[in-house]
Design a protein around this ligand. Structure first.
Ligand code: AMP
Ligand code: GLY
Length: 424
């Protein structure tokens, strides 16, 4: 039996907590800080996922065997290296890459150079800093439109600008470089070609030598129906993705996943954990838009329920570098998740709204995101509040069930998109 500490507090972590707690190998199970949903599956610890000292103390006190960081921040900040450098912690399995490996997500410039070195298909690009501001502006002026600008570092999903004209592009470039709109993260800017296609998310779990591919998913990032309005953390997700057929996934495997894992190994970059490939399909060919060093949210809420394997067993195989012996068993059913959010999100919104109706939900899984418990009641505690995931023989059936149950949950300001999976 393994004692596990999962870091994070979103819908992704609730889905992971649901899955990990079902394992016959799961011993004592803790989530830091967790939410009202994760407390159903383990013990929430009130420690921030960025508080390495606090996490260390919890690992010692609770004799943790596996540390599983859900979000990218602690990985990019080097929690793997922090554990491996400490005699009291180094025996603990960390599900996630070293600080260097996490640069695949933590630095756009690092990931673009990595892809160039390993011939992994991605948009053509150049990088610029304060010292090359004028060259950057000249580059933008002769570049095709639209043009994509990306702050190099982590910017909570807000560091990407797609400009339709040169004036907007130069303005965005200046605000990143000169006015440091994204602080440190935007001191370097990647400028790249716009790829016109349809996006999907592919996930692999690697032990550094071998890897297994998890079910693919598609998320719906915009707040408004018909993919309009502001970007959000994700308003819903589906899995499988109908346009990701076998021939396409084979190209993804050969041209993207295998060269990425082999490239990390060839460069001696320690990487044991998830690789999230944000891909775009252009004329039937896959390109990498971005890498992440963790699972996606809300993709996890549809990917994890489709995996039939014992998840802790899979993580142990990873730690033993024996993923070549593992085989992922997927449910043949489709999964669809609808995200209920707070009114006003992704702008300003209220917290602390009483949530009711959970007892009326049937035939769906509810994965809490921004929720907490107050005086024994569940109240909202974030922008994305609750993911409702259902299975079906196809995506439409799955989502019909999620929508029925979405109507049963009540809280002031409730909003959700009515068109998740609409195109399939
Ligand atoms: P990223 O943070 O790199 O994933 O970018 C955020 C979003 O911007 C992506 O999910 C895409 O929708 C869009 N995007 C980023 N790069 C490109 C590109 N080169 N071409 C088209 N769309 C892009
Ligand atoms: N759903 C996109 C992400 O997790 O980054």
């Amino acid at each position: 039996m393994k004692n596990i500490l999962l870091l994070g507090s979103g819908g992704r972590e609730c889905a992971l907590a649901w899955k990990l707690s079902q394992s016959t190998l799961c011993g004592n199970f803790y989530i830091a800080p967790g939410n009202a949903g994760t407390s159903e599956y383990g013990t929430n610890l009130s420690i921030s996922y960025n508080d390495f000292e606090g996490i260390k103390q919890a690992c010692i006190q609770h004799k943790i065997d596996i540390l599983f960081p859900g979000p990218e921040d602690p990985l990019v900040a080097g929690i793997y290296d922090f554990f491996k450098a400490d005699p009291l912690l180094k025996h603990i399995i960390v599900v996630g890459p070293s600080k260097e490996g996490a640069q695949l997500e933590g630095s756009k410039a690092f990931s673009k150079k990595f892809m160039a070195r390993h011939n992994i298909p991605t948009a053509g690009y150049r990088e610029f800093t304060k010292d090359s501001l004028e060259q950057g502006i000249a580059y933008i002026k002769k570049h095709n439109l639209p043009i994509v600008l990306k702050a190099d570092g982590l910017a909570a999903g807000k560091g990407v600008v797609i400009a339709e004209n040169t004036i907007d592009a130069v303005k965005a470039f200046r605000s990143m470089i000169t006015f440091e709109q994204f602080g440190e993260a935007g001191k370097k800017v990647v400028i790249e070609e716009f790829l016109d296609g349809i996006e999907l998310s592919v996930f692999a779990l690697t032990d550094g030598d071998n890897y297994v591919v998890l079910p693919e998913a598609k998320d719906y990032k915009r707040i408004g129906e018909g993919d309009t309005g502001l970007n959000t953390g994700g308003m819903g997700a589906i899995s499988p993705v109908p346009f990701a057929d076998e021939a396409f996934m084979q190209k993804v495997n050969e041209r993207i996943i295998a060269p990425t894992v082999n490239g990390l190994k060839a460069e001696n970059i320690n990487y044991q954990g998830f690789i999230f490939f944000g891909l775009i399909k252009v004329n039937n060919e896959p390109y990498v838009i971005e890498y992440n060093c963790r699972m996606g949210d809300p993709e996890t809420e549809v990917v994890i329920p489709r995996i039939e394997n014992d998840f802790v067993a899979l993580l142990l195989k990873m730690s033993e570098k024996r993923l070549n012996e593992a085989k992922i068993h997927f449910s043949p059913k489709a999964a669809g998740a609808v995200m209920l959010v707070a009114g006003g999100y992704p702008g300003t919104y209220e917290k602390g709204q009483l949530m009711t109706g959970f007892e009326k939900v049937s035939g769906s899984l509810t994965f809490h995101a921004g929720t907490t418990k107050k005086d024994g009641h569940v109240v909202t505690n974030g922008g994305r509040v609750l993911a409702i995931t259902s299975f079906g023989d196809n995506i439409k059936f799955a989502l019909t069930r999620s929508y029925e149950n979405a109507n049963h949950i009540e809280y002031k300001g409730k909003y959700f998109r009515k068109d998740i999976g609409w195109e399939f």
